[in-house]
Design a protein. Sequence first.
Length: 289
Amino acid sequence: MAEKVTRGNGSQWLLSLPALAMFLGLLIVPLALTAILSFNVFDAVRGSQSNFTFGNYIDVLSDGYYYELFLRTAGMSLGVTVICVVLGLPETLFLSRMRSVWQGTFFVVILGPLLISVVVRTLGWSILLGRDGVINNVLISLKLAQRPVQLMFTMTGVVIVLTHVMLPFMIIAIWSTLQKVDAQVAHAARSLGAGPWTTFRRVILPQLLPGILSGSIIVFTLSASAFATPALIGGRRVKLVTTAIYDEFLSSLNWPLGAAIAVLLLLGIAFVVVGSNRLIERRFKQVFA
């Protein structure tokens, strides 16, 4: 029996080698090279030099401009995450109460945008959000605005478009958790005298918490690292960390500084995700205990 277990473990590692090699080649190695590049010296004439220095990190951490960029990016990502939770949770619950035929149809509608390139979707939104776009025409025709509202090249426009891009990820995460929820538990709570809101808050929501947390992590991470949408919708007026990295690599050609900003962004996302995950889980355990 022990020999069979040992052989099984060896075969499992052998079968995982292609995936492991892809993981190392496409993720770990580029991240390691970026981290190494961030410690190189930049010369305006000769470009990136292999000399070791902490100067790039000192430049970023000692400049208030970069603190503003990171705070703006964090606020934008948090706003998109909160909106996706507020919209995605009731929408998923509504989908769960539909007939199977309608569920399939609405899932195609919700997940269909994922089949389209982010750039194409963003360009479509730029037409909708323009001063002569559909949204402004509707607002003016309904007397909700006397003149076109500036949505392009604003943080509001970036949040709107990113919410549309990220909402399917939140719905998928909550839906996968919702499938594991036993409906009989909610019925039992109602039969014992609990009202609809109490049943949702004390019975259903705690069971959906893992899906909400995983969806929030996905949405926050993708929003903080998004580039196409902030660049096309925000333009030069809305400066975020990802657009700053782009400028350092392709405009200023200061690759070590851009790599340092990218590493700090990665560390910041990891810190926020791990810290918020533990904090929220602890708070919800206290609330629903």
